[in-house]
Design a protein around this ligand. Structure first.
Ligand code: UDX
Length: 437
């Protein structure tokens, strides 16, 4: 099939590449000339395992092209909208200007019976509104909502082998021709048994925000338990292992630590609350405010614990922060708790050095005043305290004896509860976890 993918950021670049891998002829369209040039040269504009190799592979087939020219969408029968919906400045709601602009710019290039498929995370009600916009330009075209659930760091496999496909369609009816067209796009994952759920537009939009809210709630739940464990002298890691063995609860997303960040969970729960308010259902999501504040409290707690670890004052203390990305296997620093903690420590008088295997360039753009060092060993030199804030495998594998020889004072705060505390203490370290005795 001929497919256009509008917006080549995280979601769109991965989606375009994966659709070409599935055998389709794909044009990726973005307003950012640099991004288009990078992608056209088969270079991933961000770090995502497996993406660049796949880009190179599919570009040799000639099935994948990139352009800034929207008219290239003409002739495609399926148009995916993959642009971002960031948090509005100074407000909780989502900024819809990119989705609206992408849809409107596409209208002149729609042909009879085309489908426009929204993938961006949007406030419920957006799809119905855009459906009218699309049909006013091309009455035989249909707009569907097909939310994306990919995780950074696993984006390629999440797109090629999704755990479910959700199609929102105005009628909610499975026998709609647009549903058959989208089935052809996803023929490969459907053949391997990927479940596909067809529903009305608002339900499809809500599936995404509800899923992200649940994940955020799960993380904040275990972080609230970590606060309690700290107060009671209990161990949140063992607690998570034990409650996670109940299959109704499950162990995933029960890792207590410095909390969630990134380009999705924080802004999605805020946009969801804002939308619920507009719909007069704000009480239903009042608990998400608590989820958000538990999460933000983690960052304050780590700063306090670091002060304690350093003997009561941060002034002049040399702190090495391991990890700047919001999670491992990513160079994304959007709302990264690690980076926000590093910046806070520096503001409070510490001398902070940050290292990360992939995210330093992005981190330096966001917080230019912090000191960034590429090599882990150099970053650790003469540290008064070490903070492990993003659990890259390299940091999990650090040897406590070798590391002790590099630092000035062997003190470590394990912000992700991933180190073996006994091993580190035996090697002479003062070890602090979060919610661990
Ligand atoms: C998330 C959703 O998982 C994905 O389905 C959606 O499409 C986009 O948002 P992503 O932002 O890539 O994906 O990251 P995710 O793996 O969900 O992690 C989010 C944050 O939660 C990270 O900062 C991570 O470190 C943190 N986290 C995750 C925890 O603190 N504890 C956990 O147990 C799990």
């Amino acid at each position: 099939m001929r497919i256009s993918v509008i917006g080549c950021g995280y979601l769109g670049a991965v989606h375009a590449t994966c659709m070409a891998e599935l055998g389709h002829e794909v044009v990726g369209i973005d307003v950012d000339e640099n991004k288009v040039a990078e992608l056209a040269a088969a270079r991933a504009p961000f770090f995502e395992p497996g993406l660049e190799a796949l880009l190179k592979k599919v570009q040799t087939t000639g099935r994948l092209t990139f352009t800034t020219d929207m008219s290239a969408a003409k002739g495609s029968s399926v148009h995916f909208i993959c642009v971002g919906t960031p948090q509005k400045k100074g407000e909780n709601g989502a900024d819809m200007s990119y989705v609206d602009a992408a849809t409107r710019t596409l209208l002149p290039y729609l042909s009879a019976d085309d489908i426009v498929v929204g993938k961006s995370t949007v406030p419920v009600g957006t799809a119905a509104r855009l459906h009218e916009v699309v049909q006013s330009a091309e009455p035989s075209a249909e707009l569907l909502w097909n939310p994306e659930f990919l995780r950074e760091g696993h984006a390629v496999s999440d797109t090629l082998q999704p755990d479910r496909l959700v199609y929102g369609v105005l009628s909610g009816a499975e026998d709609h021709p647009a549903v058959h067209l989208l089935d052809q796009v996803y023929a490969a994952p459907l053949e391997t048994g990927t479940p596909r759920l067809v529903m009305d537009l608002p339900t499809a939009e809500l599936v995404k925000t509800a899923a992200n809210s649940f994940l955020a709630t799960k993380i904040s739940f275990i972080n609230a338990m970590a606060e309690l464990c700290d107060a009671a002298g209990a161990d949140v890691t063992l607690l998570a292992d034990a409650i996670g063995m109940d299959s109704r609860i499950g162990r995933q997303f029960l890792n207590a630590g410095i909390g969630f960040g990134g380009g999705c969970l924080p802004k999605d729960i805020r946009a969801f609350m804002a939308r619920a308010g507009e719909l007069g259902a704000d009480q239903a999501l009042a608990f998400l405010r608590e989820v958000d504040s538990i999460n933000m409290r983690r960052r304050v707690r780590v700063v306090e614990l670091t002060r304690e670890l350093c003997g009561g004052s941060l002034l002049g203390q040399r702190i090495t922060v391991l990890g700047a990305a919001f999670k491992p296997e990513s160079d994304d620093v959007r709302d990264s708790p690690a980076l926000s903690i590093a910046a806070q420590l520096q503001l409070q008088g510490a001398v902070v050095t940050v290292t990360d295997p992939e995210a330093l360039a992005n981190a330096a753009r966001r917080f230019p005043d912090l000191n960034y060092v590429n090599s882990t060993d150099s970053a650790l030199q003469r540290a008064d305290a070490v903070l492990l804030l993003t659990e890259w495998q390299d940091y999990r594998d650090l040897d406590p004896y070798v590391t002790a020889a590099l630092v000035s004072t062997p003190r470590i705060l394990d912000g992700r509860n991933v180190l073996n505390s006994t091993k580190w203490r035996t090697a002479g370290w003062k070890y602090r976890g979060l919610g661990r005795p």
